[in-house]
Design a protein around this ligand. Sequence first.
Ligand code: TV1
Ligand code: CA
Ligand code: ZN
Length: 397
Amino acid sequence: ENEISRPKGYTVSWHHNPAVENHHFGQTHPMKPWRLTLTKSLVLSYGMHTAMDTYISRPASRDEIAEFHKDEYVEFLNVVTPQNIYEMYPELATGPQGYTSSIFGVGEDCPIFDGLYDFCSNYAGASIDAARKLVNHQSDIAINWSGGLHHAKKAEASGFCYVNDIVLAILQLLRYHPRVLYIDIDVHHGDGVEQAFWSTDRVMCVSFHKYDKEVFFPGTGPLDSTGPLHPDNPGKNYTINVPLNDGIDDEGYAYLFQNVIEPTIKVYRPTAIVLQCGADSLGHDRLGCFNLNIRGHGNCVSFVKSFHIPMLVVGGGGYTPRNVARAWAHETSILIGADKTLNPALPEHMPYREAFRREGLTLFPNLSGWRKENMNTRADIERIIRHVREQLSYIRG
Ligand code: TV1
Ligand code: CA
Ligand code: ZN
């Protein structure tokens, strides 16, 4: 393939660690860290690494993880194994299907697997490294596709997430940056990040997600959940939630995204942005219910990039691995300014090329339609935009 040149006038760094890619949550578990291997295969085969500073990241230390997480929880993650979990917590061995009750949130969604701590410390280390590159002005855009695990709480694993690398990265950014904007396009609500920064005006959290209380995980994030209610609490109005119905398409999502993000940036004036690019908002996702195409998902990345604010880009969900890889490879190309130069036909010679055959050997298969009808009306979308504009009017003054 043809050589891709470095972007003019800004620096992009790519942080990754092969140690994250080979862990297994379990045979039938939807989270497949192997999707990162597929992503890397596309990034390297297109030659995009030549346009970035690439770093093999180091694992986060226990102290670094403990900047957000409770010591006892970090200790638990550090020592627990599939072999000793029932000795440590006999009460977990309740049924034939294994543990059901929640000790630090572990269970079906968040199993204890071999190398769990290695997995967590490595994806978290990459996000922390990426944040520090931005703080040091060594990068303008820093990418960690293995991060974005937005559900993890202070002392609780949740929704496939154990350590909240986003919170840890934002804590690094806050050492230098007065205001950080967090944007989350994963199909699930970014509840862990929202909760961590609920009571501060130094981080503004915006999540777009499928919302159906009691039915769709995690069941939080309605439109009127905008921060603490008390007028004296600095976090009041510094959370924006965009709850959506099944089947939203590229056009509706782009319109909504731009009409929420543009006024938010104008009013809040963030000095750094963290963008979580969960790819389970794509059509054909195994767990998701939206109808976005690769280009529709990528448009969010292009739009945020167009504001020229230092940016940390992380991954997140995404359960049809070949489409996760397509999305994050395409988004890498957007971030280095090479999206117009890439050949949509996948490289002739690349590892795992066969994995992409299903929808055709292209970066941009048709992922919209047929499975989920679009249940978001024009009126729903306009109502959300009006609500956000009103909310932002309280911040202005
Ligand atoms: C083991 C084996 C676990 C098969 C989990 C789908 C599985 C799910 C599995 C699954 C599954 C969820 C819930 C129910 C909470 C539970 C990375 C008690 C086929 C960021 C996390 C979704 C999304 C959790 C993570 C959700 C992210 N959906 N098969 N589990 N209740 N959990 O609904 O935002 O993408 O599905
Ligand atoms: Ca989201
Ligand atoms: Zn998700």
